[in-house]
Design a binder for this molecule. Structure first.
Ligand SMILES: [Zn+2]
Length: 373
């Protein structure tokens, strides 16, 4: 049996107790702001809260409602990310229009608004009235890493729930328990997933994503001896490798549609197809982010090894390449390489093409590895 949705959360007793009590008392707020670092479980908590409101068995984790929430497939759960660098007015107007429609099946509608720190003044003001007084069957859950980065006009209209950072051993323990992975594997998966537990679990279950990680580590190892042409080819190879899991997802989606096609009306089917398209775009971006995350964690490994703290290494299976670089790497050089990854992440958030972002990152890191002082 699948575990209860609240069990996906570790180390957040304060936040989850508060939310579960509100559900029991029938006093769920109309708008929440969940604040906490990446990997703290804000989105899992938002899902668990959604299940508590949809499921007849206390977010059991295994009924039809819970399964659909877990797979982002519940028609009354809506998840949004900024379409641009920030939420734009037209996107917020679409959300507001949707909020005022009746639920499709359940007696409530739940909106998860990710990156609530990425509103500009205009999109925030288009949202304020709805946030303050949504229809009585709507619950809004906004997510943000830092309270101070959320516009006060938005934050002041929400009930704030704080999530503490999760310690690495606790996160690792949960990943190992859920997947049966060993400690080294769990550590590497969490590094690739930026510490986000559900993403690390998915990573371990996806052969395509595990292969992509091997491709990245192999390229980093060969990087110092590559010429310019090789680097361009490597960047293309990397993007090809992270596309494989997108294909995995695409074929799973086709199966899902084929199984239900004859039972569904055209409108519902179109809804599913739109959701699938969004999921593919998200998976593709996540794949590129994973290139950055694996690269970053490997560079951190080189740095900790250079400082003689090898027990902190996150990619134990790449230890030979790490040791070789660590012998000559200075702290200053390591920080320059880590900066290159940071720039690549920034470029991605500004919608630069993934190919260009990855190429630039590889060239910068190559320069550091060739002259590591
Ligand atoms: Zn359930």
């Amino acid at each position: 049996m699948a575990p209860c949705m609240w069990d996906d959360l570790v180390g957040q007793e304060r936040a989850t107790t508060h939310l579960r009590r509100a559900v029991e008392a029938g006093s769920v707020a109309h708008a929440y702001l969940f604040v906490g670092p990446t990997g703290a479980g804000k989105k899992s908590a938002a899902r668990a809260l959604a299940c508590s409101l949809f499921c007849n068995d206390g977010a059991c984790g295994s009924c039809r409602e819970c399964t659909r929430v877990r797979n982002n497939a519940h028609p009354d759960l809506h998840i949004f990310n900024p379409e641009g660098v920030t939420y734009v007015v037209s996107q917020i107007r679409d959300i507001v229009r949707d909020v005022h429609l009746k639920p499709a099946e359940a007696d409530r509608k739940i909106y998860i608004i990710e990156s609530a720190d990425r509103f500009n003044e205009a999109s925030a003001s288009a949202f304020l009235k709805t946030l303050e007084e949504p229809p009585s069957d709507v619950v809004m859950i906004l997510l943000a890493r830092e309270f101070d980065d959320v516009l006060p006009t938005i934050a002041s209209r929400c009930q704030v729930v704080r999530f503490a950072p999760i310690s690495a051993p606790v996160a690792r323990g949960l990943v190992m328990e859920r997947t049966g992975a060993g400690e080294d594997e769990a550590r590497a998966a969490l590094a690739a997933a930026d510490g986000v537990i559900p993403r690390a679990i998915e990573f371990l279950r996806s052969p395509g994503r595990r292969n992509a990680r091997q491709t990245i580590l192999g390229i980093l190892k060969r990087l110092p001896s590559m010429d310019g042409h090789d680097v361009l080819v490597a960047a293309r190879e990397l993007l090809g490798a992270v596309r494989a899991p997108v294909e995995e997802m695409k074929s799973a989606q086709t199966d899902e549609v084929e199984q239900v096609r004859e039972f569904l009306s055209g409108g519902v089917l179109r809804g599913i197809e739109t959701r699938h398209k969004r999921e593919l775009t998200a998976r593709e971006r996540e794949g590129v982010t994973e290139i950055m995350s694996v690269t970053e964690s490997w560079l951190r490994d080189c740095l900790v090894m250079a400082r003689g703290a090898g027990e902190l290494v996150e990619n134990a299976d790449a230890a030979d390449a790490t040791a070789e670089v660590a012998r000559v790497l200075t702290t200053a050089a390591a920080l320059r390489a880590l900066d290159a990854v940071k720039r690549a992440r920034q470029r991605m958030s500004y919608n630069v093409s993934p190919q260009l972002a990855v190429e630039a990152m590889l060239f910068d890191i190559q320069e550091v590895l060739r002259c590591p002082r």
